[in-house]
Design a protein around this ligand. Sequence first.
Ligand code: ADP
Ligand code: MG
Length: 685
Amino acid sequence: KPRLIDDEEGGVLFLTASASSSSSGYGFASIEKQRQRLPVYKYRTAILYLVETHATTIVVGETGSGKTTQIPQYLKEAGWADGGRVIACTQPRRLAVQAVASRVAEEMGVKLGEEVGYTIRFEDATSTGTLIKFLTDGVLLREMMDDPLLTKYSVIMVDEAHERSISTDILLGLLKKIQRRRPELRLIISSATIEAKSMSAFFQTRRRRGLQDAEPALAMEPAILSVEGRGFNVQIHYVEDPVSDYIQAAVSTVLLIHDKEPFGDILVFLTGQEDIEAAVKLLTEEARDNRKSSSGLIVLPLYSGLSRAEQELIFSPTPRGKRKVVISTNIAETSLTLEGVVYVIDSGFSKQRFYNPVSDIENLVVAPISKASARQRAGRAGRVRPGKCYRLYTEEYFVNEMATEGIPEIQRSNLVSCVIQLKALGIDNILGFDWPASPSPESMIRALEVLYSLGVLDDDAKLTAPLGFQVAEIPLDPMISKMILSSNQLGCSEEVLTIAAVLSIQSIWVSSRGIQKELDEAELRFAAAEGDLVTFLNVYKGFLQSGKSSQWCHKNYINYHAMKKVVDIREQLRRIAQRLGVTLKSCDKDMQVVRKAVTTGFFANACRLEPFTHNGMYKTVRTSQEVYIHPSSVLFRVNPKWIVYHSIVSTDRQYMRNVATIEPSWLREVAPHFYRQDGPDPMLH
Ligand code: ADP
Ligand code: MG
């Protein structure tokens, strides 16, 4: 994928990962020298002292100052990983976990997976000798199911706390509890911009009686340390009039900078894979059509789901005489630092989750960022020398309309997964839980209702045995876990495991920009009348029959990396399911049972085609929300009468992705409480 747009050729060259070595990009300074140059180095002693003497230390420091890569190493050097203990550092994003772990392993001169390792869902690169472990906050939450006090960790650094991801917030609440039981545990909360005071107030804990003497010198009120960065000045430019197409505007701005400004890399913030691929494509086309304007540009996408080789290219130094353009999601806002960026282009948007408890729909929406995010993005331009930031929105908009701060994810998410995890950890009074930011009671009630209907919670809102505990054990959305477990009785576990694996990754198709027609044709080869989930089974079968061939994928517009991941995830799910007593069985061609298993999990997402509108409008059965089948679905324009969906994305409308046809009579059968007689009648009309 990575493209080198070169002046000699004028076309597209492919840079291979082996052509770049991530360690050679910093002049001649040794790794030790580089480490000492980071702003956080001056605070090494102070940090170690505070961690020694305080239960909780809050470290605030500009992005790129060395918090993530250095602090775990300082802790290790000071002995916090001696005697079989482990230092943990959490990140909200999987890609960041891999990237920082690999960087730290490199700095320490060890093989990744040994002294320095990482764990993300479905991927564990640690060993018994691991001293520093990077992991997502979600994975650490899961570890608490086996080890509620997280006893193997001496220090837990909750990084990127300002992001306020849902898992971070749950984790903070739980760690506060653990701390009262384990006074020797040290917490470091680190972030780029935090309202350090409110975080500090949250961790203001009183020493518990009985533990008084455990460590008498240990201060219970959190310490706050602020790392002075050395960011350079960044000049901000705004557009004069609002832009209608930020992708096109971003591309034009890249070319303008390239034409007018001295060398220095460009970082562009767009929202997701689709946008990013579109921008990459436009720049590549520009290179073909107009060599002059784009000669010397190296265009690289950055989003989650990139392969390892693609990630390495992002960090590889820019060859002399070239200019790197990294087109990124907001992962480059604070999680990852790219050296050499001098120009930032900020679209003003990011992809965000929004949940409305009234409609009971969770959306992925392209939404405006906050002022805090905009400042972070701009700051990325001042790493190496004074830089410039081009905001693709007006100053008036920034000043008057942008929100000051983002809303914590827990206040804009569906809480089904969150509730079941807390229940599994024995937290019964969820409304009374000590949250850094409280979720809305309405969302909580919706989640309890769905979990009750799934048969996961009983009348007292306790996990049911065995189903509730089993569902909690599977590291997937409870709806998918329920679908897997119910496939046992229906005799279609082989099929359902495949569907669950495919739903765990973003997409198995290659990105659709510009090749929509070819992609549609390819999809038709596999399309099943039962919908996308059954279509996945056809693709998976084809992939296996091809001998897992990359050529076969290429020919069919299927993403080879994604399919390899599906195979891998499926294998892990198979092991978990078997451990939980699911017998492997295929239903052969009987797709009725597969659809039924799907309904058992996704009944809450049932929709019915509006009979009289003739424009493909559906309404959700429960809340009568207007929704449409996504154009990428094999059932787009087919519009069967009854379907369930897996997820919703919003653009001009609310679109259902990954749908399956169902029989309406199944709804009451699988979820009698949810679709009870006196409730909304799914048979209406
Ligand atoms: P912070 O967590 O404070 O934002 P980091 O510890 O992530 O800072 O980064 C410190 C420095 O290490 C940065 O200058 C960054 O460029 C460099 N760095 C981090 N990760 C990598 C990587 N994977 N490859 C090369 N350099 C990296
Ligand atoms: Mg960091």
